[in-house]
Each structure stands twice: as C-alpha cells, then as structure tokens.
Design a protein around this ligand. Sequence first.
Ligand SMILES: *Cc1c(COP(=O)(O)O)cnc(C)c1O
Length: 419
Amino acid sequence: MNKSRSTSLLERARQIIPGGVNSPVRAFRSVGGGPLFIKRGDGCRMTDEDGNSFIDYVGSWGPLILGHKPKCVIEALEAVLEIGTSFGAPTEREIVLAEAIRDAVPSMEMLRLVNSGTEATMSALRVARGFTGRDLCIKFEGCYHGHVDSLLVKAGSGLATFGLSDSAGVPAAFAATTISVPFNNLAAVEQAFDNYDGQIASIIVEPVAGNMGCIPPAPGFLEGLRTLCTRHGALLIFDEVMTGFRVAYGGAQARFGVKPDLTALGKIIGGGLPIAAYGGRADVMSHVSPTGPIYQAGTLSGNPLAVSAGIAMLQYLKAHPEVYTTIEERTAALCADPLPGVTVNRVGSMFTFFFTNEPVFDYDSAKKSNTVRFGQFFHHMLERGVYLAPSQFEAGFVGYAHSAEDIEATKQAAAQFSA
Ligand SMILES: *Cc1c(COP(=O)(O)O)cnc(C)c1O
C-alpha cells in the first residue's frame, strides 16, 4: 500500500499539531505505523490522500450511522448555508431538534444543546452536583466520558492505549471527587454508597460500554444502578454520547428499559457536525441558568449548521426504522464465526473483536486481550482495504451504507489472518 503522501503530511502536521493529530487515538500509536490522511468519504468507504480506498468501520468514531455524505444531511446543510452560519440568538430550528430528541428519548424532558460530548457530560455532572448539593461521582473503570478533568480516571480507550491511568494536569482534588469502580459490579457500587453515605451526587455510566471495546451491561446491572441511585438520592446519568440513536432510536435506555435522571448525547445527533446535548428531568434541568443557579453557556451552542444536520439525521432515522434492523443483522453477520482466539462482543451495530479466549465483561477482562496480535490484525485488514479503529479498546460501527457484500468481503479478509 502506498502511503507516501500520508507520510509526508504527517511529517508536516507534526511540526505544528502535537503528534500531527487533533485527537490522540487518531495517531495509530497502539497499532504502530502512521495514520492515513483522509481525502474523502462516500457511503461506507473512505479514500486516503494516496488513493487507497477502505471499508470504514470507524464512521468518524460513531456519528456516521448513515455512512459518509448521506443525501438528507448534505441537502439540509446546503439549504441552511443560505441563511447564515451563526447568530448567538435563539432560532426556531433549535426547538425542532430539541423536540425531536425528547420525542426519541422521553426521559429528556428538558435539554440543552452544546458542542461536544465532553461538554455534555461535564455539564450533566455539574447539574447533578448543583441539584443534590453533593460533590462525589461514581464512574466505572474503562468508561470514557470525554476529557472532563475529574472523569479522566481509569478512562478507557486513548488512555488505556497509552497505558496511562490518569492525565497530567488534573489537580488531585478534582480526581478525588471521582469514585472509580468496576463495570458490571453492583456490589462495588453498593460499597461506595456505604462508604460515602450522603456525599454521592451521581453515577455516570456508558449504559453499553464502548470506550474499552464494546461491553454489554450484565442483566440487572442498569436496573441495579437505578435502584441504588433512587435509594440514596443520587442522580443516574447515562452517557449515551455513543449509544444514543445507535443501539436503538431511543438509545440504550429504550433498548434496556431503564430510565436515567440525566442523559448526555452527541455523535449521531449532529449528523457528522459538532453538536451534543444534555438533559433529563424537568425539575432538575430547571435549575440551569438563566432559570436557576447552575451556570452553563456556549457561544456557538445551537449552531444552525450543526442543528440542521442533526434534524435531518433524526428525521431520517425516525422515518426509517429499518435502518436499525438492517444494521443489526449486518453486524450479527460480521460477528458470526469469530477467528480462533477471539471473543466477540456486540450490542446492536456496535462490536469489538477482543484477542482473548476469555469472556470480556469489564476493564480488567478487556485488558487481558493480546494487543500485539490485535495490531497485526489491524494492519492485515488495512492492507486488504478494511479500516478498523486503530486500538483494541474501541467499538467498531456498522452503518446503513454497509452492504451485505461489504460485510462478506470484510469476513473474507479477516479469515486470511493467522498469527
Ligand atoms: C465520544 C464520547 C464522549 C466524548 O465526546 P466528544 O464529542 O469527543 O467530546 C463522551 N462519552 C462517550 C460515551 C463517548 O463515546
């Protein structure tokens, strides 16, 4: 595979952007080699600057459930460009998007639009603290909630890849507001409530973990979190930045039938543009400024381009429920008959091939994977025109643009792998 242009662009990028990338996992550090610079995308395919073409299972890390350049989103963007790019004043379309979100995710009785998933989880956490008057938050090892200071504790993917358990630059006092416990372990959560009685504002959880690879919630786990939060007066925050509109139109809370107090959304709700949202119970959200004392703001929040793309995406998904049945079937086909030595986890159209024989149900069991072998597999697939996430600890995504033939071609490429 010719990588000459990507290689020279990386050299140039490194002079001005740390590592040459604007988000660390893009750098291919955990699989070796340099990242490919992408020239364009179309449907389920991406083409790099050297003209190599790939079936894309990253989908911009989740947003592209309809593939690259879906007609509905592109048309919405073309239409909105006519009216301007930002006003810093309310517009009708922001209500339309907020109502579309509430229609899909009824627990979000009121919500705010923000610009990234990180902002959404950071704000949800602040609201939980402001509402309860408590400081502590329980999170799960291997779950990632964006690069919020206090949540960069055992935070999966990028950090797992780099072997850092934490980030430099986070004051110890911030990290000390987070209690980190193993995913799928209700006894540990109960213990934390006992140890810090009356001090825990919230539990934040990826209801399907995606940032240590895909890990489903064990039966009863989410229900147990709901019960414990209610019993102890803490708020349950579902970080559905990845799972929202992905594992079902109504997200993981619809798929598993558990209702959180607050939800963070991102990724798919922007149709490939930067937007996110947080919201939940109206009695809680009414404490947000200007109606309440909890401050949160944003110059570009509710940006017309991002909002229009989001509306187009959500309207399409609502009108086409077959998207979800189709992508789930395709993903099931992709995950059937795994390679020897590989454990496959899948929820809906999220999947991970873990290079271990053992079941993977939390961060410790995920870390038993053979990352060297994963790196070899990643490059084997790349050489054969399949673009997987460049880390063992990521979820892959199948979108509506992946055909049965694309899945079959991917399986044939994988079957040629032996290490
Ligand atoms: C991607 C992601 C985030 C962070 O979103 P950004 O838009 O990258 O800030 C937060 N939580 C989860 C579960 C995510 O997958």
